[in-house]
Design a protein around this ligand. Structure first.
Ligand SMILES: Nc1ncnc2c1ncn2[C@@H]1O[C@H](COP(=O)(O)OP(=O)(O)OP(=O)(O)O)[C@@H](O)[C@H]1O
Length: 585
């Protein structure tokens, strides 16, 4: 139960609901146990009439009628309280499930990129859905049935002992066996359910990937192989489900067997005692038979609940592992920050932890506020890494990155990121309308502002060409848009944010040179008071920048303006001549 201590704070939060639930459960059980007593009394009345102790048929009838009405009343009240019991305990468990999911999600959002690289998305998803569901079983059904069983035992067993102590001993003797057997069975069921779950997620992942990659599958004619793989996975899934059903099938027969054993014991022992005159009336035997049946399910739940708690403990352990993670990127300050935008890299070196690749070596440069810096270089030379480091997606290993002369590791992280508009290489769009995708950069943006940003990004004309215009819904990863359109919507999102620093990571690679020129001209107009860094492979994108740096293997090998670099032998001039000849062809 060590790991489950984490959810105790939620029990405290909902303590009043739980206390009310406890009283409701007591009321429900108290009324439920009245029924066997009235049935027992009715049996006694009939017995007395048969034995001639009561002679008036009308008196028996009236007693039976009263008992029937009392049974009806007690049952209705017990049913009502049972309904309220579920409403409190199960509803509280749903509230806690909601709180816990939010807590985990907030934690996920806080964690740095490194965490996401070390853990698979499926694992993150499982902990927030599957594991939380298992913990909810502990928070709801397990607690509810435990309270119910506890109350029932406290109320019923002493009453049974007061009526017939020896018979009570015989009656409850098989119950621990039932509890243990159900526990063993539940453990087996849970084990097999987990396996079924794993196979189901394999099947889901496979199906999802097949749909996402349907164009590759079709163009390579891979349908038969995919069908075979799906059938194999499906077969495994079916086999695991059958394994589970085999164990589950034991559950009710086992219960019936043990209830039957208890009933036989009551009739056998009770009958003998009645014959020997140790029990005064038959009503007690009838009452005991009803109690046995009433106790069986709660006793069975002791075993079931134990296995639920074990599973919840294991799940909470997995959840706690993530909740205890400390984000590698910390926010050191909550002070307001006024980002003006001058950026300095001083002897910056950086190695990716997971791959051990040194992406930047001793990189130094300066960009003043309002200037444009272009970074060019071969693939894998470290261009994107520079942009990621500015937004503190990672922290530098050596050297300093400063904005307005202040080490970014000492700045308010939220304000730092708020001052940056970053257009990543892989333009990610959400499955939402184009309008909302752009609005992501500024939540309160008006439709007019959205349109203005789209115009600067030269995508407005494309958008109004769609029948639903800005309300066009984008599919998964924006599949209804072309690569160039996606890039431009992503640029509009950064522009509407109106940051002091604009970072474009190869963001114009999928647009034609004419559109590229239009966007660059527009950007030039709006970025007079902004610092812009453009990463590109095209000379046309970088030629007008105030400064250009050329990266190779993580090091700056050349720097200067377009004209200066054309005057030097090196990568820049080679690229320029190559791209010029391609244009002329
Ligand atoms: N997230 C990452 N984790 C581990 N290694 C990475 C990661 N991102 C980049 N690298 C490695 O760091 C080096 C620099 O990568 P980076 O993406 O900065 O290059 P780039 O110049 O932007 O390349 P491209 O022009 O292809 O986008 C590469 O060798 C790359 O494999």
């Amino acid at each position: 139960m060590k790991e489950l201590k984490h959810v105790n704070k939620y029990f405290l939060k909902y303590k009043w609901h739980l206390i009310v639930g406890l009283f409701i459960t007591i009321a429900a059980r108290v009324f439920a146990i009245l029924t066997p007593r009235f049935i027992g009394e009715s049996t006694n009345a009939i017995e007395k009439y048969v034995n001639g102790e009561i002679v008036s048929e009308a008196a028996v009838r009236s007693e039976l009628m009263t008992n029937i009405l009392l049974i009806l009343g007690a049952t209705l009240i017990a049913a009502f309280f049972t309904f309220l019991m579920r409403q409190t305990f199960i509803v509280v468990s749903r509230h806690i499930e909601y709180d816990l999911k939010n807590e985990i999600f907030r934690k996920y959002e806080d964690l740095s990129l490194n965490f996401y690289k070390q853990n698979r998305t499926g694992d993150l998803m499982n902990r927030i859905s599957e594991d939380v569901s298992k913990v909810r079983m502990y928070l709801g059904p397990a607690i509810m049935y435990s309270v119910q069983t506890g109350v029932l035992f406290i109320v019923v067993i002493p009453y049974m002992f007061s009526q017939a102590p020896e018979l009570t001993m015989y009656t409850i003797a098989p119950l621990p066996i039932l509890s243990f057997a159900i526990y063993k069975l539940s453990v087996a069921i849970n084990k097999r359910s987990t396996i079924v779950q794993q196979y189901l997620s394999k099947l889901n992942t496979f199906t999802q990937e097949s749909f996402s990659g349907i164009s590759v599958i079709k163009s390579y004619g891979l349908e038969p192989q995919m069908n075979t793989s799906f059938t194999e996975l499906s077969n495994d899934n079916k086999a695991k489900n059958i394994d589970l059903v085999k164990v589950q099938a034991f559950f009710f027969p086992l219960m019936v067997l043990l209830i039957g054993a208890s009933n036989i014991l009551v009739i056998f022992v009770g009958g003998r005692k009645f014959i020997m005159g140790e029990i005064d009336n038959l009503g007690i035997i009838v009452e005991f038979l009803l109690y046995v049946n009433m106790l069986t399910w709660p006793v069975a739940t002791v075993g079931w609940v134990t296995s639920i708690v074990q599973q919840a403990e294991a799940s909470q352990k997995r959840i706690n592992e993530f909740l205890k993670e400390v984000p590698s990127i910390q926010n050191p300050s909550l002070e307001p920050e006024n980002v003006e935008g001058s950026i300095t890299f001083k002897n910056v070196s950086f190695t990716y932890e997971d791959t051990n690749i040194t992406a930047l070596k001793n990189v130094s440069f300066e960009v003043e506020s309002g200037e444009t810096l272009a970074i060019i270089g071969k693939t894998g030379s470290g261009k994107s890494t520079i942009l990621e480091l500015i937004g503190r997606l990672y922290d530098v290993d050596e050297g300093v990155i400063a904005i307005d002369g202040k080490d970014i590791r000492k700045m308010n992280l939220n304000e730092l990121r708020d001052g940056i508009g970053y257009v990543p290489q892989d333009a990610f769009l959400f499955s939402d309308s184009i309008k909302n995708n752009i609005r992501f950069g500024k939540a309160e943006a008006s439709d007019k502002e959205i349109m203005e940003a789209a115009k600067v990004a030269a995508v407005h004309k494309n958008i109004v060409g769609f029948s639903k215009g800005y309300d066009t819904i984008l599919g998964e990863r924006g599949i209804t848009l072309s690569g160039g359109q996606k890039q431009r919507v992503s640029i509009a999102r950064a522009i509407i944010h109106d940051p002091k620093v604009l970072l474009f990571d190869d963001s114009l690679s999928a647009v034609d040179t004419e559109t590229e020129e239009e966007i660059l001209n527009n950007l030039f107009k709006i970025s007079k008071d902004k610092t812009t860094i453009i990463v590109s492979h095209r000379i046309s994108s970088v030629k007008n920048a105030d400064k250009i740096i050329i990266l190779e293997g993580g090091e700056i090998v050349q720097r200067g303006t377009h004209q200066e670099l054309l005057g030097q032998d090196g990568y820049y001039k080679e690229l320029y001549l190559k791209q010029l000849s391609e244009k002329e062809m």
